[in-house]
Design a protein around this ligand. Structure first.
Ligand code: GLY
Length: 310
């Protein structure tokens, strides 16, 4: 069947500056094209989700991998997960440091009986796999942290896209949901966290609340992790589809509930029929998709509706 892909680079408040928007659009379109082409060459859904996450982690504009935000103590700790909808296996790492692609650790853990590792265990895995030490810190993220430190940590979250601190942009995370030629679905999500958070805080990105898939649907979330956990958003949307709701209905219903609970979040999704959907309660969602015919994105989607589809 025709492969499909949707990716995101975060959700949040408005992106300031058309220069920023154009650059984000270029990054997202380039990555969505690469993942779509790989799927067209027969890559499996799980591999394609990893490829997409890796490319987004390597793009310093986004808050995952290189370009991750700093926590309250000035350290970077990243979380990532992979959900294979075909095998219905979830794997992930929580608060891992000094590694280039946390999604590769999640991929490795798919084959293990212990599939979610946190800080110390994740560090041991990095050592075991002999992965090179990588410093994901960028000047922009360091400057952001320094500026925030002067402001006495009064901001709830770091910017979604690495920009000068004056250009407040929102919330960050990256995610990928794909449908491959065999009709298999996989989702991957990766993040540097909220930024400025307490040491030991656990993100939604390496939990089924933030990243989930079955044979019927897959979802990756972004936004305030605590809000996503409260809604159990990714699993809720996927299970609604698995239980018979259309993807659009599942997204609309879940976003309406999240809005009523004053959540600040977004989600991307697709189903086994190849329908693509996205939703958000935040002002913007940085998502792009390839529906088999064309690439589209949500960067200038400002309608009051809580969801869209392709
Ligand atoms: N959604 C990313 C985080 O809250 O850590």
């Amino acid at each position: 069947m025709e492969p499909k892909v949707i990716i995101h680079g975060g959700a949040g408040s408005s992106l300031k500056g058309k220069g920023g928007l154009a650059a984000v659009r270029q990054s997202l379109h380039k990555i969505v094209t690469q993942v779509y082409q790989a799927l067209g060459q027969g890559m499996s859904a799980a591999e394609a989700a990893v490829l997409g996450c890796q490319l987004l982690e390597d793009e310093p504009r986004f808050n995952a991998g290189t370009g991750s935000v700093l926590q309250s103590d000035g350290q970077i700790r990243m979380s990532a997960s992979l959900m294979n909808g075909e095998t219905q296996q979830f794997s992930g790492v929580i608060n891992v440091a000094k590694v280039k692609n946390p999604i590769h650790l999640a991929q490795f853990l798919q084959g293990e009986s212990d599939r979610v590792l946190s800080d110390y265990g994740a560090a041991e895995l990095v050592r075991e796999l002999q992965l090179p030490i990588h410093n994901p810190l960028t000047d922009l993220r360091l400057n952001e942290w320094m500026a925030e430190r002067k402001g006495n940590f009064d901001k709830t979250m770091a910017t979604v896209v690495a920009e000068p601190v004056e250009a407040e942009a929102g919330r960050g995370t990256i995610g990928v949901v794909v449908l491959d030629q065999q009709g298999r679905i996989a989702s991957g999500t990766s993040t540097g966290g909220k930024g400025f958070e307490r040491i030991g805080r656990v993100s939604d990105s390496a939990m089924p609340a933030g990243n989930y898939a079955t044979t019927q649907a897959g979802v990756s979330c972004t936004g305030i992790g605590e809000d996503i956990l409260n809604e159990c958003l990714a699993a809720k949307i996927v299970i609604r589809v698995t239980d018979g709701l259309s993807l659009a209905e599942a997204m609309t219903r879940s976003m309406t509930e999240a809005k009523a609970h004053n959540c600040d979040l977004g989600a991307i999704a697709l189903d086994a029929q190849g329908n693509i959907a996205w939703g958000r309660t935040s002002e913007i969602l940085l998502a792009a998709y390839h529906n088999g015919n064309a690439i589209g994105d949500t960067l200038e989607w400002t309608e009051p509706e809580l969801m869209g589809s392709a």
